[in-house]
Design a protein around this ligand. Structure first.
Ligand code: ZN
Length: 153
């Protein structure tokens, strides 16, 4: 008898029970399982309180230590990013838009060669997608996650 990994049992059973059917016909059964699994991974509670995997910082944050804004219709009732992360994310998106729009002006003024515009956009995208870490204890060693980035000193 094969041993099925814990998180896959439900999916495995549906697949076995429907092995001769077309995927399309069982998709409606499978999607909610995957979706709830995905959602579960972004928050959990333990003795310390509620932890959220911050969408901006890409680390687990304890909501009693890191401030979160409220958001209706979410599993936690909180935003998917902490307040600082939300502000930083919004700022980076705004600056990216602004800087990207300025590139054409630079080209028009002869300050940027048209053939360099793509590499310039790549540079701007890197800045946009970069993460400004919050503070040191933000990086929770005990809750290492594959998505958690190595934060340089
Ligand atoms: Zn955060």
């Amino acid at each position: 008898m094969t041993t099925i990994k814990k998180g896959y049992i439900e999916v495995y059973e549906i697949l076995i029970a429907n092995k001769d059917k077309k995927i399309k016909s069982i998709l409606d059964q499978l999607i909610p399982i995957f979706e709830s699994k995905q959602r579960d991974k972004n928050h959990f509670e333990d003795d310390d309180g509620l932890h959220v995997f911050c969408y901006y910082h890409k680390v687990w944050e304890l909501t009693s230590q890191v401030e979160y804004g409220k958001k209706v219709n979410t599993a936690t009732g909180l935003n998917s990013m902490c307040k600082v992360g939300t502000n930083q994310w919004t700022k980076q998106q705004r600056e990216f838009k602004r800087d990207k729009a300025e590139l054409l002006t630079l080209v028009a003024n002869g300050e940027l060669a048209i053939e360099n515009i793509n590499s310039k956009i790549e540079e701007l995208e890197e800045v946009k997608d970069s993460i400004v870490p919050l503070f040191e204890h933000h990086h929770n060693e005990a809750l290492q996650d594959p998505r958690q980035l190595e934060i340089d000193e």
